[in-house]
Structure formats: C-alpha cells, structure tokens
Design a protein around this ligand. Sequence first.
Ligand code: URA
Length: 320
Amino acid sequence: MANDSLRRLASDFKTFLAAQDEDEFVSAAAPLRAAAAVSGGEPAPKPLPKMPEGETLTVEFPRADLPVAEKPSPTVLAPSAAPMAGQACSAAPAGNTPQPAPSTANELLMNTAQKTAALAELAETIKTCTRCPLGATRLNAVPGEGNVDAEVMFVGEGPGFDEDRQGRPFVGRAGQLLDKMIVAMGLTREQVFIANIAKCHPMTDPLHPEKHGNDRAPNAEEIACCRKYIEKQISIICPKYVVALGGVAAKALIADAKSLGALRGQFYDLHLDSVTLPRPVKILATFHPAALLRNPGWKKDAWTDLQMVMDQLGLQGARK
Ligand code: URA
C-alpha cells in the first residue's frame, strides 16, 4: 500500500516535471518571453479574456504586460460580508468597521516580530473557534503556515482528511503537488504562506471523520463564518501576491458570481471586507492542485498563471 502510494507520487512528480520542462509548460510561456526578448522590454500583451455573457459585475482586465505599479486598477469585486440567511455563525462576522484614515504603508505594515505574534494569536483563536458546526467535528483546526514575510500567499478552500489530522495545510496528495508547483516557480514552501478559506475540515459525513473520500468544499455559511480569519491573515502578512487555488477561494476572495474559468489568468486588486490592507495586494486565481491531479491537462494553464506571478517577481523558476 505504502509502496503503491510512493509509486503514484513518483509518477505524478515525473509527469508534473516533464510537463514543465518540455512541451506543455515552457512552450505555453514561450511566445510571451520571445516577444519580450525582441522588444527588449516587457512581454507582449496577452489577448484579454472576454467578459461572460450577461455579466453584471464590472471588471477591467489589466494588461498583464505592465508592471504592477502601472497597471490600471480593476474595479474591485469585494465579496459580500453579509452572512447568509440562516447561517450558523454563533458570533457576528467582522463587519465593515470604518477603518482609520490610512497613513503611509510603512507605518501600517507590521514588522516580522509583530506579524509572527499577530498570526500566532489569530491561530489560537482559530483553534478554539466554534462559530460554525465544523468546529464540532474537526480533529484539528488548520490555521495555515509559512513565512510571515512571504511575497506570495497560496489560499485553498479548506482542509481535507490529512490536514485535519495534522493541523497543517496542504499536506496530502494535493499538497504534494502544490509543493512541486511552488518549487517549479523557484520558491520553497518555507518562503511562502499557505492557508485556506475554511479552517476546519468540511465533511460530507461528519459522523465518520475516519472515512477517506469524505471531503467536500466549504458551503457559503461556513465561508461566511471563516472569512474574517483569512482576511486578517492576508492583512497581517500583506504579501505582494495571493494565489487563489480553485474556484472556492477565487470566488470568495475575488468575486462571488464568476466561474474560475472566467476569473483565472488575470490579476485583480484585492479588497477585503473586514480589513484594510496596509498596501495593495494583487490576487490571481488558478486551478486547485486537486483539480490538476484529476485533470493533468490543466497543468499547462496553471503553469501559465503561475508564470504571471513569477514574471512580476522576477523569478526564473526551478532550474533543470
Ligand atoms: N485542499 C485544500 O483546499 N486545502 C488543503 O489544505 C488541502 C487540500
């Protein structure tokens, strides 16, 4: 059994690396990089995605070739802070409390020690949280982990079986693929921060937490109850980029009404309901690693997304 798992992991790893190193991943980015070389400057603009039919939310898609500071600011799609009717939160979610007038970013940004302390305090709160029913069925809450000064933060949907047992995010199969994606970007897990929208394991059958295949996405009520935690974490860390992994995280942090397909591949200015960010943070949505495990053909597009972040940060990616 253990051998089978190891074999499967090794084969996933090989496939993932092959896809990056050869045809799929690198060639997907090649035209962009070639254009940059010819012009001696930024990569050529990518064709902008079309707005979906009947779209009511206003989004401007910034040109991906401009440096972040020069990008036009898209209209922000702040998700609703309002809890759903009948939601199970036992305490009021953090509302739109008026924030003090912003002073300079440097004054508002915490230093490393302050971030560490604030995140540790928040993690303690999360570990005893019973705002929604997931608090009663979890084995361990999973606040998140990583570098408090990370430039890139990855946000998934919620803990699964393995994460519930270990109290750590992305430690199962999807986590192993996420680790490879991070390394492919030229980063390490220790350099980034990894967290989830929901902090406790959503189960289809909460009466049998020992069962495998018992994972589900957090529902709207659970997300509403948990939202203030991820928002606080992002505001404390204040990374340059948040990468939303999958539709649940993307819709929760960017826009409720769009599909992942419509959201991915573009940067958005991140605006949160319960906190004011000390400095602008960009968010990019891409596929969840679990979805990539099920649909390896999507890795090429995921890699193209991740390269957008790499380009902005000047990351060369893992060397062969
Ligand atoms: N899937 C997620 O969204 N988060 C985890 O931590 C693990 C799997």
